[in-house]
Ligand binder design. Structure first.
Ligand code: HAM
Length: 420
């Protein structure tokens, strides 16, 4: 062990566990690719103002959880705590919205950073795969994104997740609701901190986990009773499209997300096997974000799914992912000449698409066969001087122990047919 450890709240992805993370990322991306989303990659850091304006000055993410730094050149930067503001910034900067094909559909995958109190499922460095559909207001687009997330979870074999759905209204009806909620909250018996929250971000009070607060919220006005006609119709259409696609959801009038940019459709995927950090993914519509960061009006919708928590959820359900074999064939040379011949075969097999490894470091037969077994390979190719003199290599089935000689020139064909 070295003197150093991974920083608090972080962990390393290393084999064999890392394979599941890769598989989860790929499984989330696959439905997006099939639905016309193009891949986007943005820097790991941005100007701090992008997030303070975009995610919101009153959110925990901006006030408490951002890793900020001042560069030697005096720039104020932040490690990205989320992807939406960055991806929208990138789309605007590249003028993708002017290319005439709206919505601009993008997906992304990467590391995000939040200075949170670490606990099971909550890390300071974590990984998301996300999708954003920029520049269109259409209930079918909201439904599309939700369906794609559900399909991704299902393709992984995840079952015990639930979809919570809400509408947060728009710039017409939300301010009216906000004022009504503030009035109600001011009449309650709340601590100093929570009272302050009533002024800056009253909707977040609905999300307070404490029972003493929840009890008092019983008669609180709910957004769904204050939606304007346009928002109500929009939400109804989203719900109908989801139902028609066989996606079940729970209406959660108290669902408030931890980012300020949301309007109308908001949703969260929760998994009941995860304890308190139960949100495996979330998202919604953010019709005002583009203008908040200095762009034109571009109604948009998106989500991000947490890769770490999805892996934890799969583990909680005992789902075994169907991962590709790391090594299918393991080559064991006995002697210098066999090294050259088998190394050549290894390269050929790999080029033919067979996952192949080689006993490096001049191991003896016994040690090399141990490594072959540990590698998980189904077949071993073994060759010594006598085999080479006869122009053959030994093909050994590592499960049954059966072994037969095959002409060296036909080894690749023989391996491929033995693998089936
Ligand atoms: P979010 O709900 O903040 O949304 O994060 C999405 C997911 O990332 C969460 O559901 C969770 O699975 C994972 N996640 C968040 N924080 C942590 C953490 N500290 N440790 C482990 N996993 C975590 C967003 O980030 C929005 N940008 C989603 C979005 C996209 N909305 C519209 N477009």
């Amino acid at each position: 062990m070295s003197t150093f450890k991974a920083p608090k709240g972080t962990y390393d992805l290393i084999p064999p566990d890392s394979a599941a993370y890769l598989a989860v990322r790929e499984a989330i991306a696959a439905p997006l690719r099939r639905a016309g989303y193009g891949y986007a990659e943005t820097p790991g850091f941005e100007n701090v103002e992008l997030f303070s304006r975009g995610v919101g000055e009153s959110t925990d993410i901006v006030t408490k959880e951002m890793y900020t730094l001042t560069t030697k050149g005096g720039d104020e930067l932040a490690l990205r705590p989320e992807g939406t503001a960055s991806v929208l910034r990138a789309a605007l900067e590249a003028n993708l919205h002017k290319a005439g094909n709206l919505p601009v559909k993008l997906w992304y995958s990467g590391s995000y950073y939040r200075y949170e109190r670490p606990q099971a499922g909550r890390y300071r460095h974590f990984s998301q795969v996300g999708a954003e559909a920029i520049g269109a207001e259409d209930p079918a687009l909201d439904a599309e994104l939700v369906i794609l997330a559900v399909d991704a979870y299902r393709s992984l074999g995840l079952r015990n997740f639930r979809l919570l759905l809400n509408s947060l209204g728009d710039k017409e009806c939300r301010p009216v609701y906000r004022a009504a909620l503030q009035d109600f909250l001011r009449g309650l018996d709340l601590d100093e901190d929570t009272r302050r929250r009533i002024d800056i971000n009253p909707l977040r009070v609905l999300d307070d986990k404490r029972e003493s607060v929840q009890k008092q919220l019983a008669g609180a006005p709910m957004m769904r009773d204050h939606l304007c006609e346009a928002c109500r119709t929009y939400h109804e259409q989203v719900r109908e499209l989801l139902t028609a696609a066989g996606v079940s959801f729970e209406d959660d009038p108290k669902l408030v997300r931890g980012l300020d940019y949301y309007t109308r459709t908001t949703f969260e995927f929760v998994h009941d096997g995860l304890g308190s950090q139960s949100a495996v993914g979330g998202g919604g519509r953010y019709d005002g974000l583009s203008e908040m960061i200095g762009g034109p009006s571009l109604p948009s919708v998106g989500w991000a799914l947490g890769v770490d928590r999805t892996v934890l959820a799969l583990r909680a359900e005992g789902v075994e992912l169907d991962l590709p074999a790391v090594t299918q064939v393991y080559a064991v040379p006995l002697g210098e000449e066999a090294r050259r011949t088998l190394f050549g075969l290894v390269t050929e097999l790999r080029r033919a698409g067979v996952a192949t490894d080689f006993a490096y470091g001049g191991k003896g037969l016994k040690n090399a066969m141990k490594s072959a077994n540990r590698s998980g390979a189904r077949l071993a190719l073994v060759a010594g001087e006598r085999d080479l003199a006869e122009g053959v290599v030994q093909l050994k089935d590592l499960d049954s122990g059966e072994q037969r000689a095959v002409p060296a020139a036909e080894a690749v064909t023989a391996v491929r047919s033995a693998l089936g």
